[in-house]
Design a binder for this molecule. Sequence first.
Ligand code: ASP
Length: 443
Amino acid sequence: MSESNARGLALHWRILIGLAVGAIAGLVCKQWLGDHPGLKWFSENIANTVGQVFLRLIFMVVIPLVFCALTLGVAEIGDVRKLGRLGLMTFLMTLLFSGASVVIGLGLANTLKPGTSLSDESRERLKEQFTSDADDKIKKAGSSKGIIATLLEIIPRNPLQEAVGALDGSSPGSGLLGVMFFSLCMGVALTTIGDKAKPVLAVLEGFYEAIMAIIRTAMSLAPYGVAGLVFYATTLLGFDIIRLLAGYVVAVILGLSIHMFVVYSIAIWVIAKRNPLTFFRDILEVLVTAFGTSSSSATLPTSIRVVDENLKLNRKISHFVLTIGSTANQNGTALYEGITVLFLAQVFGVELSLSQQIIVVLLSMLAGIGTAGVPGGSLPLVVLVLQSVGVPPEGIAIIMGVDRLLDMSRTTVNVCGDVAVAVCVDAIEGKRMESHSDAITAS
Ligand code: ASP
């Protein structure tokens, strides 16, 4: 997603302006006109429609994106098997960190309950206005199946049927989760058939690029879409929505801070035996770049340079881990997805059972692998996780306005995680690899 616009102001500034204009105009109109039918008409038919055009464009690419991104992502990691232990170590570290991040996210969302600050009246209004069939979904979510049945349904009988019903909850099995499972199998299978996989991967890569082009176009409409959605939400709920969003933002930023400063520090200290303070000081430039660009991919060149210059890791290890990590290790994104799903479930009054929360953990971890390292890359995947556990995905409209700030923050954690994994893998594998290459040179 191109950040600066040829006509001047960068996209994120335009989105923030859209947010401010929508919020201020909505609050002023609500204060001034109250429940006037004219305001209601404008808000529902004009402002909300502009927002829906933007949202629908994002929804439109969810299924093809999931299939291409996951298949390609896994095929890339699959190649990594050639690198043996190094690939395995990276994979295990990625799982460890992203699992920890989602658990922190869910723990915080369950204790702080940021989505419960709405009054009952506002909640009813939201349910009525934001989604036509929220109640159906909520009932469906309530009638959850047991853990074994839920896990079994992850394997789809018919992936196409799962895909067709995935966005409106009418799939017979686990919906998008089934599509994800199929994509994972395809990715793994492609790595086992040698050269025959090449044309398939080339087609998927082309398809993936085309989807990215559609997302870029959708994002260029984001300033207007966000203004419309925020106007609609504020005329509906007044100050309630601001309080609600403030609680959500605090929960996400708190979760990200705990993961970055506690989990990474412990890992750096215990596994890599380095001083965490020195670590953060050495990679400050990387963190600032990630925060500024909201893109793990755009930060990659800086990460590689800074890690080479300041951390002095084995280059073979660090370049490999950082490159794979910039798309496949996104702990901040996984944490953010976990909190967002629980927050929106609370907002819409959907109770998530233990098995559904486990599904959220797994999906958020997978989403971390499937998310492109670009600004807003995780939004289509949030839709997916919401849908999979029966939370109305239209709810994403509520959080769109504050997404930029959270995107900058979660990208910082994503990139810090890549460097942390590189440091830990280097500590475990570095010596072995050096002695191995010494032995080869000597013989
Ligand atoms: N912007 C994030 C990244 O590049 C992805 C996301 O969470 O939207 O790491």
